[in-house]
Design a protein around this ligand. Structure first.
Ligand code: API
Length: 256
């Protein structure tokens, strides 16, 4: 089978993007998805994203982790917006559908602002936090995140009994008020990724200030992101925007 694809990355979180407006990609072939993501025998990526037509939205994005499981993907959604602009589906603003519901986004050059779903509350888990930003995120504050054993500790939490469906695990170092360094062990990739969009959003909500409006700067191994949000004591977190670059790396065909 010959598949045309485009490779995109958003702060080092990388994706095989497929224009599937003809609905021809066999998205139930999870072995194919894993092969496409394989960094030795395939293209290599953290996930696969299909762009599909939708009657009520500019497009629908369907995200698959490298193991074929599905979830919301913040960086992937930012890349999907950039890809949709490249395909001529959108111009500067868009409304599209993802697994967690509708999203708005704005794109200027390669910078994408993605509106995330509202997050009414966060949950304390012993010394840590749990926040669902469209995908599940466990958050642990650490001192020296760059030397912390992310994979060893991330696997323990990801497979703990508390999370029968698994969770993503974020390790967060506070660099200053509203400035964080975040590293993430990702469910479905089953490894650390260079950044995680829904993860840095969860970290911003968990460790940012609780004023009416603020922007949290997040450093990741793959680059810098920002999260803007409004907080209300009753309603929690609203008007949440994940902001960062999304770039096309290369295009190709694969016989697989
Ligand atoms: N692995 C995550 C989905 C992708 C999250 C990440 N790539 C992002 O940018 O949000 C999960 O299974 O919940």
């Amino acid at each position: 089978m010959n598949i045309s694809f485009f490779k995109y990355q958003g702060t080092g979180n990388d994706f095989v993007m497929i224009d599937d407006r003809e609905n021809s990609f066999d998205h139930q072939d999870l072995e194919l998805i894993s092969r496409l993501c394989d960094r030795k025998f395939g293209i290599g990526a953290d996930g696969v994203i299909l762009i599909r037509n939708h009657t009520d939205y500019d497009f629908e994005m369907v995200y698959f982790n490298a193991d074929g499981s599905q979830s919301m993907c913040g960086n992937g959604a930012r890349c999907a917006v950039a890809f949709a602009k490249f395909l001529g589906i959108v111009e500067q603003e868009t409304r599209f559908l993802a697994i967690d519901g509708p999203h708005e986004a704005k794109i200027d050059q390669s910078l994408v602002e993605l509106r995330m779903g509202n997050v009414p509350d966060t949950e304390r888990v012993e010394e840590d936090l749990f926040i669902d930003t469209g995908s599940p995120h466990h958050l642990r504050k650490v001192n020296e995140v760059k030397t912390y054993p992310i994979v060893m500790e991330g696997k323990k939490v990801r497979h703990s009994e508390r999370y029968p469906l698994g969770t993503n695990v974020n390790f967060v170092e506070l660099l200053g008020e509203n400035e964080l360094f975040v590293r993430t062990f990702e469910r479905g990739v089953e490894d650390e990724t260079l950044s995680c969009g829904t993860g840095v959003t969860a970290a911003a909500l968990g460790f940012g200030t609780k004023n009416q409006n603020q922007t949290v700067k997040i450093n990741t191994l793959g680059g810098n992101l920002a999260v803007r949000y409004a907080w209300d004591a009753e309603r929690g977190f609203e008007d949440i925007w994940l902001i960062g670059p999304a770039e096309q790396v290369f295009a190709g065909n694969i016989e697989i």
